[in-house]
Design a protein around this ligand. Structure first.
Ligand code: PHE
Ligand code: FE
Length: 279
């Protein structure tokens, strides 16, 4: 996060007028690269959202126009922030149906990897799913849950839920597994890896189990969790009181990322070959 002046809620003007043509071109390059590989891999809700928002346009979207469209669909808006924001600020935005998006775009030499979420990840990756009424409610509920969660131990568990759903979630469909996670759909390489590679485990979504599972931020995921439907995801999270769950989890140990438990619903048992190569 940079130190530029920002409001108490960390929002800044997007400064759309200041993007260079080269920056718009980076958006278009990334957009075209992703949209070529997403059909048959991303879920329908994502692809419909992408079309409804006309996100290619002529480059990086102007958040003012984007928010108008999104507000008409599900009541969400996109607000600009300098980068990652503190947890409480983030939760407060989500709870009020505002999605905070980084306003900067990666450099041309960073097309495949960067550490902080930029406007491509945040807008291309996250915003299409916010056009889906069920997912829109899930994101708001997540923010409300974050505001309630309290202590650090609970926040790290709640962060795992975000990671394995909002960022890296897979959806079971009649046509096979499909991606809804923003971290996957905004990455050319992980888009293919997440649905096709033999290396990662793909396991059924189980809230308590998932919250015991650490995650890695430095490579493709070693495990993905599959929800039966977005409605199921919303129902199980909204109808579960996380208070007792946090207390229970505080007293139990974390799993290893690659553990498979007797109760796991296994879609694919991964070879974990990628990890051995990297290690
Ligand atoms: N039901 C959760 C709680 O009791 C909140 C929550 C809802 C968290 C939806 C994530 C998603 O805190
Ligand atoms: Fe993200």
């Amino acid at each position: 996060m940079n130190d530029a002046p920002h409001a108490a809620d960390y929002t800044i003007p997007q400064g759309w007028e200041h993007y260079t043509q080269a920056e718009h071109d980076t958006w278009l390059t990334l957009y075209d690269r992703q949209t070529k590989i997403l059909p048959g891999r991303a879920c329908d809700a994502f692809l419909h959202g992408l079309a409804a928002l006309d996100l290619r346009g002529t480059g990086i979207p102007d958040f003012r126009a984007l928010s108008e469209k999104l507000r008409a669909l599900t009541g969400w808006q996109v607000v600009a922030v300098p980068g990652l924001v503190p947890d409480d600020v983030f939760f407060e935005h989500l709870a009020n149906r505002r999605f905070p998006a980084g306003n900067f775009i990666r450099r041309p030499d960073q097309l495949d990897y960067l550490q902080e979420p930029d406007v491509f990840h945040d807008v291309f990756g996250h915003v299409p799913m916010l056009t889906d009424p069920v997912f829109a409610d899930y994101m708001q509920a997540y923010g409300q849950g974050g505001l309630r969660a309290g202590g650090l131990g609970s926040l790290s568990r709640l962060a795992r839920l975000y990671w394995y759903t909002v960022e890296f979630g897979l959806l079971r469909t009649a046509g096979g597994l499909r991606i809804y996670g923003a971290g996957i759909v905004s990455s050319a390489t992980e888009t293919v890896f997440a649905v096709e590679d033999a290396s990662p485990h793909r396991l059924g979504f189980d809230l308590r189990r998932l919250m015991r599972t650490p995650y890695r931020i430095d490579d493709f995921q070693q495990v993905y969790f599959v929800v039966d439907s977005l409605q199921d995801l919303l129902d199980v999270t909204v109808n579960t009181d996380f208070g007792p769950l946090y207390a229970d989890l505080a007293a139990s140990n974390d799993l290893a990322i690659t553990d498979i438990l007797p109760d796991d619903q296994i879609f694919t048992r991964g070879s974990q070959a990628r990890v051995q190569v990297v290690a």
